[in-house]
Design a binder for this molecule. Structure first.
Ligand code: SF4
Length: 337
């Protein structure tokens, strides 16, 4: 059995703000295996980006990782010193963001930036770094990689900038790529190209990818496994195929109903009424209960555990606490507006 590349256990993150303590992550656990794309999906404010930043120990102040373990190759990243973490960041674990133009340095060429990363993490000559930069630009589908080396970020389109960011991750030899909404700022055709590229790199280079997205459609097309995050908790997780075959959690149902479908032109999309709770005052019971059309008394008092409904598909919802499992039918498990 393959060992996980990274195992997150009971990860807890808080932000100590003037308004009070914000509970951003409330003890989440998941594994990512080599050569898979693991999707983390949920609405804005549910804790997705904080999870990505936590894996690199880059949660900005006043945020703090206050519990749990992040085991990378079995070693807890939370016990590493800063020098060791600098080596891991951008070297063995890389991150790309929604807006690549903000992550690229505008005063250096793409070639200079990629070569710098290669030389930071590998003892190679300038010429070797340049050759490797050309190879990685080619691997991410950049036309004329030699010419791209001499361009500045502003001379590239958003899609090409994102490819350059992915090239940087590859050139350093990253084993895990954290991709935080990497296609949200791109137009639809380019989005599809970048998602195809991530799938291609997973297959050809064996890189593992944590794909953070608000879009369940992106997950369906791209991810091998998925975890649905709500209010800093994983509420449903499993292999993408089995989750989509039988979505169980009312929140995941709501996310699915919000995806535009082919042929649904003119039909109103369903949105989930209400908003993700702020995390300042965690609700008792299931955090989704104020928005859930299936909420029962027990939901308002007791938080449901994440439990298996079959071998690999887990869900945190009182509807599934007892067998036989209830049939939710065709409806969407959110409160009517
Ligand atoms: Fe939460 Fe209850 Fe709704 Fe399940 S049925 S999502 S436990 S409120």
């Amino acid at each position: 059995m393959t060992e996980p590349l990274i195992s997150v256990r009971d990860l807890t993150v808080r932000f100590d703000t003037y308004a009070g303590v914000v509970h951003a992550l409330n003890g989440i656990s998941f594994d990512i295996y080599p050569g898979e794309i693991f999707g983390l999906v949920g609405e804005t404010g549910c804790g997705k980006s904080v999870t990505g930043l936590s894996l690199l120990r880059l949660v900005p102040p006043p945020g703090e990782i206050c519990g749990g373990r992040i085991l990378f190759h079995g070693q807890d990243l939370l016990t590493k010193n800063e020098a060791e973490m600098r080596d891991i960041r951008g070297g063995r674990i890389a991150m790309i963001f929604q807006d690549p133009s903000a992550a690229l340095n505008p005063v250096f060429t793409i070639g200079e930036q990629i070569e710098l990363i290669i030389r930071q993490h590998h003892p190679v000559s300038r010429e070797q770094a340049r050759r490797r930069a050309v190879e990685t630009l080619h691997a991410v589908g950049m036309p004329e990689p030699e010419r791209i080396l001499t361009t500045y970020p502003h001379q590239l389109s958003g899609g090409m900038q994102q490819r350059a960011m992915i090239a940087m991750a590859l050139s350093s030899g990253a084993e895990l790529l954290i991709a935080d909404e990497p296609t949200t700022a791109l137009d639809v055709t380019i989005q599809a190209q970048i998602l195809d590229l991530l799938t291609h790199l997973k297959q050809t280079q064996g890189i593992a990818i944590l794909l953070i997205t608000h879009d369940l459609g992106v997950v369906a097309e791209t991810c091998d496994r998925v975890a649905v995050l709500y209010a800093g908790l994983i509420v449903e997780t499993g292999p993408t195929a089995s989750v989509f075959q039988a979505i169980k959690h009312p929140y995941t149902q709501g996310l699915l109903a919000a995806i535009p479908r082919p042929g649904s032109h003119g039909q109103q999309l369903q949105s989930i009424p209400g908003t993700v709770p702020s995390g300042l005052n965690p609700l008792p019971g299931c955090p989704f209960h104020p928005r859930c059309g299936f909420a029962m008394d027990v939901c308002r008092q007791h938080r449901p555990d994440l439990l298996p409904t079959d071998q690999a598909h887990w869900v945190a919802c009182h509807l599934y606490s007892d067998s036989p499992l209830p049939n939710l039918g065709e409806g969407v498990g959110v409160r009517a507006t």
